[in-house]
Design a protein around this ligand. Structure first.
Ligand code: HEC
Length: 149
């Protein structure tokens, strides 16, 4: 039986959106992980300012951003597909020869962001301070090792 014409035309319309022919899978993976990190960077920005008292502490915004970071952190690893140290990427090739260590640093990020999100709701700086330090440390530990300056 012949397929109805509308199925074919729908597929043709969707095709460019589904696969951008000019972008390789590696390019897409780089865009994806940089997008995830941009979300982390965007959300931690005001939190850093609040911690440094450059901005008044706003419990709700701080807790919301911490929540977002905890939700997004587990999504980063998926973007590190093999052979994706492209010229647009700042990822060091040694990530792929040290994948176990890289994954464990990702795990630290997940744990630290989840723990911060949990205490951020309390608004209690005595609890938030140390968890925020841990999160910053998780970012730095990986960048020092695996991100191009
Ligand atoms: C396990 C490793 C790892 C952890 C943890 C990590 N990063 Fe990164 N980050 C990277 C790598 C690798 C890159 C480079 C990605 C690329 O260009 O392909 C990067 C890039 C970035 C970028 C630049 C994105 C862009 O548009 O080029 C920002 C911003 C960033 N990270 C923020 C953070 C913040 C904030 C945290 C902590 C909350 C964090 N990262 C935790 C490995 C990590």
């Amino acid at each position: 039986m012949k397929k109805p014409v509308w199925i074919l035309s729908t597929l043709l319309v969707l095709m460019p959106a589904l696969s951008n022919a000019s972008d390789s899978m590696a390019d897409k993976a780089v865009d994806y992980r940089q997008g995830v990190f941009s979300i982390l960077g965007w959300n931690i920005g005001p939190m850093v300012q609040m911690m440094k008292k450059e901005k008044p502490y706003d419990k709700d915004i701080f807790a919301r951003n911490a929540q977002r970071m905890a939700a997004v952190a587990p999504m980063a690893l998926e973007g590190f597909i093999p052979d994706s140290a492209t010229k647009d990427s700042d990822a060091k090739p040694k990530i792929w020869s040290n994948m176990d260590d890289f994954k464990s640093k990702m795990k630290d990020l997940e744990t630290a962001s989840a723990e911060l999100a949990a205490v951020a709701k309390t608004g209690d700086m005595a609890q938030i301070g140390p968890k925020f330090q841990n999160l910053g440390q998780a970012c730095k530990a990986c960048h020092d090792e695996y991100r191009e300056e």
